[in-house]
Design a binder for this molecule. Sequence first.
Ligand SMILES: Cc1cc2nc3c(=O)[nH]c(=O)nc-3n(C[C@H](O)[C@H](O)[C@H](O)COP(=O)(O)OP(=O)(O)OC[C@H]3O[C@@H](n4cnc5c(N)ncnc54)[C@H](O)[C@@H]3O)c2cc1C
Length: 305
Amino acid sequence: MKIQENVPLAPLTTFKIGGAAKYFVDVATEDEMREVIGWAHEKGIRCIILAGGSNVLVPDDGYDGLVIHIVSGNFSFAHRELDADGGCNLLSLIQAAGVKGLGGWEKLAGIPGTIGGAARGNAGAFGAEIKDFVHKVKAINMYSGETRIFVNTECGFSYRNSFFKQNPKWLITRVFLELQKKNSSESAKLAEETIAEREKRHLQNIQAAGSFFMNPVAPQNIIDMFEKEKGVKSREGSVPAGWLIEKAGMKGATVGGAISSLQHPNYIVNQGNATAHDVRNLAQSIKLKVFDTFKIELKEEAMIL
Ligand SMILES: Cc1cc2nc3c(=O)[nH]c(=O)nc-3n(C[C@H](O)[C@H](O)[C@H](O)COP(=O)(O)OP(=O)(O)OC[C@H]3O[C@@H](n4cnc5c(N)ncnc54)[C@H](O)[C@@H]3O)c2cc1C
């Protein structure tokens, strides 16, 4: 276990923004996680988990505690099951499963980050969510040290939400997935098509944290307006945050180096020199304008560290 000091966090995030961690450690195994949690307790230092860094905004003055960086990467297959360490990259798992003739989850291809991060936020795209494939989750309680297995129904999954998001003291160490039998070349083709679609929609390889806000539940008159204009049904009473942002006139709005993307207004993008302060100010202006226009309160999906 090698605890480092003053480690810059920006390069470890897709936003490429933010200051340094006072203390920082890479952890790959459950034993290391336990050891590090014990160390932080002993010293009275608060800690936070960082994995793929694709859904976080690091403040400009960094984090005044211990950042536990999950770098575990082992996984194995048995029949239709895939057991993966929380730190495994999601796309690499989808590709590895495809080679083994397992799939069904190719619509999640291209979502950056780890399987642990995906389970914690119930990541999803194009109508699929990770919860549809998770059988069990193994997690360590960072306060008590308890290890627990949560079956799918205990994970509290809902739209971009889970028990683990609500209870950040639980560190996901391993995710157990149940996949479908799938022809290898078909799985590879589906994953490639999904990634191509994401690239076409400008959802890939940008300095952002994905959708900054969650799609909010909206009153019926707003849903009617959305459905009439877009010719598509709203999902579970919600409307896309990006559509509200555009309607409120905030598409393309900027603060410093941060912009509400012209292609996908719910992405706040770092144009190269944005600070976390710029991003937060822009997010606040967007929230105010959407509330003034629609009386709807947007809630952040990205985590402010
Ligand atoms: C270009 C782009 C496109 C995106 N598209 C999508 C999309 O289509 N759909 C979607 O759902 N998301 C999308 N995202 C957001 C992001 O990729 C997902 O939320 C992803 O699942 C986050 O995983 P991560 O490993 O990067 O987590 P991180 O960003 O490292 O962490 C996010 C949060 O999860 C916590 N966390 C991470 N790992 C663990 C763990 N093992 N145990 C407990 N807590 C943990 C962290 O503490 C933090 O609070 C996109 C992001 C970008 C940059």
